[in-house]
Design a protein around this ligand. Structure first.
Ligand code: NIG
Ligand code: FE
Length: 420
């Protein structure tokens, strides 16, 4: 087959090429479809994939300076997509992690003034340049672990000015780093210190001031909310998200993370793009999500790092036809990790997901969770050339061989951005 554009980069000698070609989104048994080509090759013209197939059939017009990368019989997959992160913050909170090990719960620490509110005080007093620098290093770590696109939330500002400040940092990171960032406004992450005793006033501030200002700035594609007992209740969540969609923003929810609260049902009823966490989702919630296109973004690292021992009922969700994705939730409180491969290992051992389901959940379905379904997360002609060469002969090694970095090279938009 001949392509019109001269090929600038060829990845040759791929033992298992997981193209992920197939339905979008993927549910139930189709989550295990990998579109696998054995002994494959993949050709790129500039930033776009132009051809995939068996290497013996590779016959294309090459640019004079075309680079050929020998994958040495290893696995190649799409660049991983992390659809739920909080990467812009200043100080870490390892002391809270230790407090949890000694028996304090996440909510107890939050109610005593720690948790998100502590990161809010910290972000407000940190200059943008420092936030940018620290987040840049975290983005490097995402790429080192095979991630080429992330969603990134605000939510440590909780005032109009400091939410915009955080979103501006996300904009600058997207502009300057090889990784793509999809921005989410999360002014409803917590009630800040100054509104603890007048919560309704804070809801009004979000609706009447923050959302209009954020919409006007064009700095956020999504609106997210911490819909949870003790934080934003169902009625407040509905009102804030209803206002957000009025401004053309797409919806995400932190739902049923700490107790069963009805967040999944609300998210599905509002046609949210995703509902995330869902550790304590009810059977009614699973039914509501299965009957919608709302993606369930599961964050097993958060269960692991909170240490409570409960994990989202992934098997039940997959078997009932819910669209399932996986993410790190990378943040300074409930899970500080930039490693999606580690989450894939947790997904295997704690969520009972197969390696194939997990790859689907960090590619095709993760793309759906940021409303980019079919546009990234697959290796098919016409799509951006975002891919990972892994130091493995079989894709099933990833959850099994855990705690070490198996990324060999990362290619973002046709450029080799990392080689180890
Ligand atoms: O997804 N639950 C709310 N937000 C984050 C935690 C943020 C923090 O503790 O700083 C989460 O778990
Ligand atoms: Fe989160």
């Amino acid at each position: 087959m001949l392509s019109d554009n001269p090929v600038t980069l060829i990845i040759n000698n791929i033992g298992q090429l997981l193209t992920m070609d197939g339905p979008v989104p993927r549910v139930s048994a189709s989550m295990r479809e990998l579109g696998m080509i054995r002994n494959g090759a993949l050709a790129i013209a500039d930033d776009t994939i132009v051809w995939t197939g068996e290497r013996s059939k590779l016959k294309l017009a090459l640019a004079p300076d075309c680079i050929e990368v020998d994958a040495e019989g290893k696995v190649v997959t799409p660049g991983l997509i992390d659809p739920h992160t909080h990467p812009v913050f200043s100080a870490t909170r390892e002391d809270e992690f230790e407090m949890r090990l000694q028996g304090k719960s996440y909510m107890e620490i939050a109610q005593a003034g720690g948790g998100i509110r502590r990161s809010v005080r910290d972000l407000r007093s940190t200059p943008e340049a420092i936030l940018y620098q620290k987040a840049m290093r975290r983005l490097d770590r995402f790429v080192e672990h095979g991630v080429t696109t992330i969603e990134a939330k605000s939510g440590y500002g909780l005032s109009t000015g400091s939410e915009l400040k955080q979103l501006e940092v996300i904009r600058d990171l997207h502009r300057d780093h090889v990784i793509d960032l999809v921005p989410t406004f999360m002014g409803a992450h917590e009630f800040p210190d100054e509104y603890r005793d007048k919560r309704e006033k804070y809801v009004e501030l979000i609706i009447n001031e923050m959302l209009p200002a954020v919409a006007q700035s064009g700095l956020a594609a999504f609106s997210d909310i911490f819909c949870e007992k003790g934080v934003f209740d169902l009625d407040q969540s509905y009102r804030i998200q209803d206002a957000a969609r009025g401004y053309g923003m797409k919806l995400k929810f932190h739902a049923d993370e700490l107790v069963s609260f009805g967040g999944a049902e609300l998210a599905a009823s509002m046609s949210a793009v995703s509902a995330d966490h869902l550790v304590y989702i009810s059977d009614a919630g699973i039914k509501a999500m299965a009957g919608s296109r709302t993606v369930a973004v599961l964050l097993p690292g958060t269960s692991y790092s909170l240490g409570h021992g409960d994990f989202a009922p992934a098997r039940k969700m997959i078997d009932n036809g819910v669209v399932v994705a996986l993410s790190t939730d990378c943040n300074p409180g409930s899970n500080y990790s930039e490693s999606l491969p580690m989450m894939i290992s947790f997904a295997a051992t704690q969520l009972r997901m197969t390696a194939a389901e997990a790859f689907c959940a960090v590619t095709v379905n993760a793309a759906c969770a940021i409303d980019l379904g079919g546009q990234v997360g697959m290796l098919i002609p016409g799509l951006p050339a975002d891919l990972v060469i892994w130091e493995m002969d079989d894709y099933r090694e990833l959850p099994y061989h855990y705690g070490v970095n198996l990324v060999s090279a990362v290619i973002k938009r046709g450029q080799v951005v990392l080689q180890r």
